[in-house]
Design a protein around this ligand. Structure first.
Ligand code: ATP
Ligand code: MG
Length: 497
């Protein structure tokens, strides 16, 4: 980032709430914050945390920490004080930066935290140092600690979609190789305008496009959080060329009345990942002349592990695409033996983008990365004859009904085409006769109704009988994490409780 600022100081680095920061200004803020951190006692390898919504300060804290060779730890703002306490102490955070709006969440837990310094973002508060004024008063640091590509840059906690989050140790090399892979896949120049509305504490929000923007020297339009209407407005106002988002974000954008009239002509590609992309979404945007580049990845892989370019969107419909140039994919059986094309098994990934391991969890690391260096994703899928990856589902979400494997993502793809359905998640619920019953949890469009019989009749021509829902639950909305992923374990708990 500092090199970028030296190369194109007068270009806009970042737009946030209509305020533009040039690369030179951004770099100056980073150097001042680095000095502040150094005076606070942050040394090489120390952890620096940030709890907050998307904000330039999050990125400045990341770069300032890295200037000192320290490790950046972004924290999920949806977590409770108890969950945050676990993560902050697990990571051993030395200095913690907190968005003012989230200070009340953390305040009651402060005495239990290991941190030595607490900074609040804007307003003065007792016992909190004031980031804005202290940074502005600090001298810009001139020396930069040099790091090795195997040094840890970021500890990023996984989404917690399937349980307790784990801290993935991502090295400078992991982040960099991801960006090299992304450049090769999506192209990209400093004339790109990148919209980030996904949360920066997730790898998708942080490293698919956002850090990439600083490598390219392009303009980043940052939204505090995802708002469908605001996102659409920003597309027009800033002539956005690229955005990364989860399918749910694009779905919500398309459901706004403004969608039809929003000028999307500046868009080169929308990058969609983190969850399966329903076919109906591809068609909806396709009709507006906008194509998706779909991606597959995990926190542990920094994240970019497969991508499908628009030219294959039709011929390889449903695929997450091919491995990027400097990564590799294979499918294995439960004994870790590679499987031939067409056979389903666990997706394993390798390459310079694979994390160093889980922080403080040598046993979890050992079971995730095998002796040959393959990372086991916990996802089920297969490769076709041409090496295109098809993701079936998570091992943990697969439903076994009457002895048959049912992949919820496949069933959801069909049910999404029903015009009464706004959102759907398919889960397996314990069932005496079938072992597990395929259960559709559905949120309906306003004023619509739906019965199980209607749903089964609709899906019948498209799905084998054993995949048809045996139960239907209607809810107001699906529980999602900030990345837009449906929390199926919450649904299961709710339904069995
Ligand atoms: P946790 O590991 O804590 O349960 P998580 O796995 O959701 O949470 P992430 O690392 O953010 O945390 O997400 C990675 C997962 O997201 C993948 O393992 C996969 O299940 C899912 N995923 C990502 N991209 C796609 C995609 N294109 N299609 C289907 N699933 C995807
Ligand atoms: Mg995971």
């Amino acid at each position: 980032m500092l090199r970028r600022a030296a190369l194109n100081p007068e270009r806009t680095a970042l737009v946030f709430e209509e305020r533009e920061l040039l690369y030179s200004e951004f770099a100056d803020r980073v150097r001042r914050q680095a000095q502040l951190l150094r005076e606070a006692g942050v040394c090489v390898g120390d952890r620096v945390g940030y709890l907050g919504f998307n904000h330039p300060a999050l990125l400045e804290t990341l770069f300032a920490a890295q200037t000192l060779g320290a490790i950046f730890v972004p924290l999920n703002f949806r977590l409770t004080a108890e969950e945050l306490t676990f993560i902050i102490n697990d990571a051993g955070i030395h200095s913690l930066f907190v968005d003012d709006t989230l200070r009340p969440v953390l305040e009651p837990a402060r005495d239990n935290l290991c941190c030595r310094e607490f900074f609040a973002s804007e307003s003065e508060a007792d016992g909190w140092r004031h980031l804005d004024s202290e940074r502005d008063a600090a001298q810009p640091i001139t020396s930069v600690v040099s790091v090795d590509q195997h040094d840890i840059a970021v500890i990023m906690y996984t989404s917690g979609t399937t349980g307790l989050p784990k801290g993935a140790m991502l090295t400078h090399g992991n982040l960099m190789w991801n960006n090299i892979n992304a450049s090769m896949a999506f192209g990209g120049t400093r004339d790109n305008v990148i919209l980030t509305a996904a949360p920066l504490f997730h790898i998708g929000g942080l490293n698919v496009m956002t850090l990439h923007s600083f490598h390219l020297g392009s303009k980043l339009v940052l939204l505090r959080n995802f708002d469908a209407v605001q996102a659409l407005e920003n597309f027009e106002r800033y002539q956005v060329t690229h955005m990364f988002g989860a399918p749910a974000m694009y779905l919500f954008m398309s459901q706004q009345p403004q969608f039809a009239d929003t000028d999307l002509s500046s868009v080169e590609t929308l990058i969609c990942g983190a969850a399966p992309v329903p076919e109906s979404l591809i068609e909806l945007y396709g009709a507006r002349g906008v194509s998706f580049c779909q991606g597959y990845g995990l926190t542990e892989t920094a994240p970019f592990s497969a991508f499908l370019t628009p030219e294959f969107a039709v011929s390889k419909l449903g695929s997450a695409g091919q491995a990027p140039i400097f990564s590799d994919t294979r499918i294995v059986d439960p004994d870790n033996q590679p499987l031939p094309a067409g056979e389903k098994g666990e997706i394993c990934l390798a390459g310079p983008n694979i994390m160093k391991g889980y922080w403080n969890r040598p046993d979890a690391t050992a079971s995730a990365i095998d002796s040959e260096g393959w990372f086991h994703s916990g996802d089920i899928g297969y490769l076709d004859e041409d090496g295109f990856l098809f993701i079936c589902d998570r091992l943990k979400d697969m439903v076994i009904s009457g002895g048959e494997n049912v992949y919820p993502a496949e069933v959801e793809g069909v049910l999404y085409k029903h015009d009464a359905i706004a959102e759907v998640a398919v889960i397996g619920m314990p069932d005496e006769k079938w072992g597990e019953a395929v259960t559709a949890v559905v949120a309906l469009h306003e004023g619509r109704s739906l019965t199980l019989e209607e749903l089964r009749a609709f899906a019948d021509p498209h799905l084998a009988r054993y995949k048809l829902p045996l139960r239907l639950e209607i809810v107001d909305a699906l529980p999602r994490n900030p990345a837009g992923k449906v929390l199926k374990f919450v649904l299961k708990e709710d339904m069995s409780g």
